[in-house]
Design a binder for this molecule. Structure first.
Ligand SMILES: [Zn+2]
Length: 487
């Protein structure tokens, strides 16, 4: 017999615990068959079978298997249980990408009620932990009293960190969904909080207490405060995950390269930034009259190549531009073609790229080049023009886009949300810890521009996810110093 690290027990009414410390499974017993909530890791199968048997029920009577979400620690034992029982499985369509070995029989819809033998389970869509997380509510009867039971289908915000979002191609907006879901759940009254992991409701300790004194059920809290406190804790943990994530994944973008030290937007400048240790490069894309995408900030080369060069870049040819020198003090270099830039840097998986669209009607070509060089997962395409990033997002929805703005209003966030943007790029002067938290909670990556020596440290300290800086060496030195101070 498989050893369960939590012996199966009756929690209240017709609700039983049949899982393990690491992966909770609950059984709702009815005279028309049973409902199992979550199955757990593959080797939880044996625990579930033994637990159900030990409690005096027949595993074959399981008719429905409900899943809180698609992650393996809730679904991996499902395929074998279906073989054993023929039970119908329920999952959100959005979470099918996470499961293996079975195809759900029923896809949840928000508010759906699953009924069996007088037990009704209400299924609420509470996305965040995954796109298709569902929270479950049902009543049990104990000593003639109805107790409202509730489970938050995905309470951890750890999966909203960037590395995870990137791995599964999940939009940053899922962070906002998570907080919306927590608010939605706060409106529910719950007398008995059911954890989908045992540490959430202290299953093991409370099971011992219940065994020692069956007259007082430690799982029951008619004030609903245990449930509310748990949800408040979800808010707190979310905030600390976002903070830690912004520190661990912080991007120091060499702005037009290390443009404090080398002629901006040239190979010299980009390589200087990388050599200094920048883990990001920011640059600007325009197009010549003969159709070459080039990296240059201004509309004309006058500021960088000599004031007599006042013709617009989109009226010049690539050959004409190559005849010019981009100057910075004693140093000079050539204007760079976007494709050459990609040939030099696209292999660098340790670098994040911020590509700013400086001109209309180059979105298709920029998206195509980024795809050809396999740059999608490490790039943010940005612009001050919302229509440019909207267009490139329509062409390539999986590309991450950011909007460079001069101010941030509610309308700004709504507009970003409407086009499915991932990143908000506010001026450094607007960045405060409170605003960064607010923008993170709205689901956006926060990258500042307009960084100078006076505001650089404050932007970093505020918890932004990155900034463009002309002197990446100074920012990196500051980060090293604050990192050492913390340890
Ligand atoms: Zn999960």
């Amino acid at each position: 017999m498989a050893l369960s690290d939590i012996a199966p027990f009756r929690m209240a009414g017709n609700l039983y615990f049949v899982g393990t410390y690491k992966a909770s499974s609950h059984l709702l017993v009815t005279n028309a068959g049973h409902i199992l909530i979550d199955t757990g890791y593959e080797d939880n199968l044996e625990t579930i079978v033994d637990s159900v048997t030990e409690l005096g029920f027949d595993i074959k009577d399981i008719k429905y298997i409900l899943h809180s979400h698609g992650h393996y620690d809730h679904t991996d034992a499902t395929a074998k249980l279906v073989e054993l029982t023929g039970a119908k499985t329920f999952l959100a369509k959005e979470d099918v990408k996470y499961i293996k070995g079975f195809t759900p029989d029923v896809y949840y819809t928000d508010g759906m009620v699953v009924s069996l033998g007088g037990t009704d389970v209400r299924c609420l869509h509470t996305p965040g932990h995954t796109e298709g997380t569902y929270s479950l509510f049902f009543d049990v009867e104990e000593n003639g009293k109805k107790l409202r039971c509730g489970m938050f289908g995905g309470a951890s915000a750890k999966q909203l960190r960037k590395s995870w979002l990137k791995k599964w191609d999940i939009p940053y907006s899922l962070r906002a969904s998570f907080l919306d879901s927590v608010e939605k759940l706060k409106k529910e009254h719950v007398d008995l909080f059911v954890g989908n992991h045992s540490w959430q409701n202290h299953t093991r300790e409370n099971a011992e207490l219940l065994k020692a004194n069956p007259t007082v059920n430690p799982f029951v809290d008619e004030s609903g405060e245990i449930w509310q406190a748990f949800l408040r804790d979800c808010n707190k943990k979310f905030a600390s995950h976002m903070w830690e994530d912004s520190r661990e994944t912080f991007v120091t973008y060499a702005h037009r390269g290390a443009s404090e030290y080398a002629p901006e937007n040239t190979m010299l400048s980009f390589y200087t930034g990388v050599f200094m240790g920048a883990n990001g490069i920011e640059t600007d894309v325009r197009k010549t009259r003969d159709g070459v995408l080039v990296l240059h900030h201004d509309a004309t080369p006058a500021r960088m190549c000599g004031e007599e060069h006042t013709r617009r870049i989109d009226e010049m040819t690539w050959a004409e531009l190559q005849a010019l020198n981009v100057q910075k003090g004693e140093l000079s270099d050539k204007i760079v073609a976007f494709e050459d830039f990609l040939a030099h840097f696209a292999h660098r998986d340790d670098i994040t790229f911020a590509i700013e669209l400086k001109q209309a009607d180059i979105e298709v070509e920029v998206a195509a080049l980024l795809r050809r060089y396999n740059m999608y997962k490490k790039t943010f395409v940005t612009s001050f023009r919302l229509d440019y990033i909207q267009r490139i997002k329509e062409i390539a929805p999986e590309l991450r886009v950011g909007w460079l703005v001069k101010e941030v209003t509610d309308g700004t966030l709504d507009a970003l949300r409407a086009i499915g943007a991932d990143e908000l790029c506010p001026p450094a002067a607007l960045v405060t810890p409170e605003r960064v938290s607010e923008w993170h909670a709205a689901g956006f990556n926060v990258r500042a521009w307009g960084v100078n020596r006076d505001n650089m440290k404050a932007v970093y300290d505020a918890g932004a996810d990155g900034m463009t800086v002309n002197f990446p060496d100074e920012l990196l030195a500051y980060m090293k110093q604050t990192g050492e101070a913390r340890h």
